[in-house]
Design a protein around this ligand. Sequence first.
Ligand code: GCO
Length: 448
Amino acid sequence: MESDVPSFPPGFVFGAATSAYQIEGGAAADGRGESIWDRFSHTPGRVHGGDTGDVAADHYHRYAEDIALMREIGLTAYRFSIAWPRIVPDGRGRVNAAGLDFYDRLVDGLLAAGITPFATLYHWDLPQPLQDAGGWADRRVVDAFTDYADVVSRRLGDRVDRWITVNEPWCISFLGHLTGEQAPGVRDLGTALRVAHHVLLAHGAAVPVLRANAGPTSQVGIVCNMTPGAAASDTEADRRAAERWDGFFNRWFVDPLAGRGYPSDMVALYGPLAPAVEPGDLERIATPVDFFGLNYYFRAVVSDDPDAPPLGLRSHEVPGATSTAMGWEVYPDGLRELLVRLHRDYGFAALYVTESGAAFEDRVDPDGIVRDPERLAYLRDHLAAARRAIDEGVPLGGFFVWSLLDNFEWAHGYAKRFGLIHVDYATQERRIKESGRWYAEIIHANSR
Ligand code: GCO
């Protein structure tokens, strides 16, 4: 194993990630309010098979068992999200003590197991009452988010010192409000761009609150998913299309976070639909962070297509490429490429891979073992890509596998399994897959 297992610098964090709506269940437990994902998943036709997160992996009731499994794998950190509707069921105002108590128990359990908690405040489960009042498209959501961040970090900030404001502004904005394939299912470019602006503002507003409540040793960051764009051919038109893809997917978020403002080529392309930026907004969005978290899954190969508004491009399958059960091309070097770019071009102080992982068709063999060689190879090759980035000078602090457990994969319901741990949804029985056993060996080999 030593030969093909990269060794990482001392202190490198080996984690796994989840999110509240995808694993917790307990949808009506202890005063939790309704979120946009409850509403969306209960709307016929929105989610594969009519699946909902009502029960999910029942982590709300089984968190102690799940911490024991994390320990068995040897994780040194665990990235989870806090459900806003458990804490502030109406989105603003009244705080639900029982919701805070749950995360209190979770955090104490993690710390007792020697696992560092990385808490994400927003992983897509907006309280439905806020959606009814305009949701992320209404600028007042920024204050509601800041208040929520304050409540949570006052309670947990004495023990949690790694904080993430929001997960994947691109998905919140464009899957939620342009393609409509995710909650709240809106389809309007102008709305999506307004949402993006408010998500970034909410992030910037929450950073100083989290720092103040979590103390001087705390580190606060944001997590973005990035998908590099490659031109399908060497023509000028296709190269420009790849630039637009990059502007749409990556630069629209990372540029303002890094203090560069919105990219001017995309502002020109969006024209009157570009968001209204008030004085002070860009400074707030660029509030310095302690780290930037990258979620990476695949790249896009694109060509120019003037008949495909608004970007004027289309994406292509790569002939002969290996892909996952999501249909995503397996392209590990994209991870190295992005990490090097984030460091060299944007200069973030520290980076984490906050998600990397893959769905494949898993089955439990008659002997009770889940053999998942494709996931193991995927993780091995992406860890190796992360290691190459470190060799190129990238200050990479850790790597979080998506995901700890099989879970509710949004519009795909339970049909797609990303876990290191298999979940039998009928019995809630957990089984560490072979990829999880392999990850345990990597962590162990690196702990010496
Ligand atoms: C996402 C989310 C996860 C997904 C994962 C696989 O970032 O999209 O953080 O919730 O489940 O990415 O699609």
